[in-house]
Design a protein around this ligand. Sequence first.
Ligand SMILES: Nc1ncnc2c1ncn2[C@@H]1O[C@H](COP(=O)(O)OP(=O)(O)O)[C@@H](O)[C@H]1O
Ligand SMILES: [Mg+2]
Length: 262
Amino acid sequence: MKPVLDVTAVSMNFGGLRALNEVQLEVQSGEIVALIGPNGAGKTTFFNCITSIYEPTEGEVWFTPRDGARTKVNGLKPNLVTELGMARTFQNIRLFKNMSVLENVMIARHCRTKTGIWGALLRSPGVLREEKEIVDRSYELLKYMGLHKFYKELACNLPYGAQRRLEIARALATDPTLLLLDEPAAGMNPQETETLKHLVFKIRDEMDMAILLIEHDMSMVMSLSERIYVMEYGCLIASGTPSEISSDPRVIKAYLGEEAHA
Ligand SMILES: Nc1ncnc2c1ncn2[C@@H]1O[C@H](COP(=O)(O)OP(=O)(O)O)[C@@H](O)[C@H]1O
Ligand SMILES: [Mg+2]
């Protein structure tokens, strides 16, 4: 099976700080993989490197879309990476707070449309059809994420957990092959986290998607992931199945703490 994401020895320096040190990671199609590690380990920086927000100091990021050729991501503009089929959510929620919930998803969907500026101004039949497709698909995704009853609300009026789910709906609107989630359960209560967990499974199973998530909620990580990578000070210190990771002495020492061992 060919990997969707295939990262070879990526390093990232910020001046004198080596935030990532030869990080090697793979995600296979249809896999749910977690990246864990203490705060400051370099997890978000890694997401920024694979989505080409940062250009890695060293190493290569390769991505294979569902129906496409293996492509080197380094140096591409981030919007091109989205068009190729990588979508992400952010650790700090980034929504258009004063737009409606539906509009937030519609805007994300625009990367999959063909309408140019003239078509949009002239409102040709093709454009109107495309607009309808955008509205329908956006509403469908809201329904999928359990948000359709809020579709007219301003994004800023949604409860916190719903805002996080809206971010995921926005990412899904770009039709990704690989979905990257940066701490999706952060700030959620246990019930919201449980709902989220089932949604992530559903997305993977029904939308034929690979998922790479950064998460601190260990019960979520352990029950969702097929494989886990553990990062500390910019280096990968372990990778394996949840049971391998939870019994790895280095991981317990670095991250899980003695209580997890007990
Ligand atoms: N743009 C940047 N400029 C300088 N240092 C950065 C930048 N982004 C992240 N860092 C540093 O890189 C390290 C890793 O940060 P980050 O990737 O946010 O960690 P994590 O997501 O694992 O908590 C931290 O020491 C952070 O301060
Ligand atoms: Mg982070």
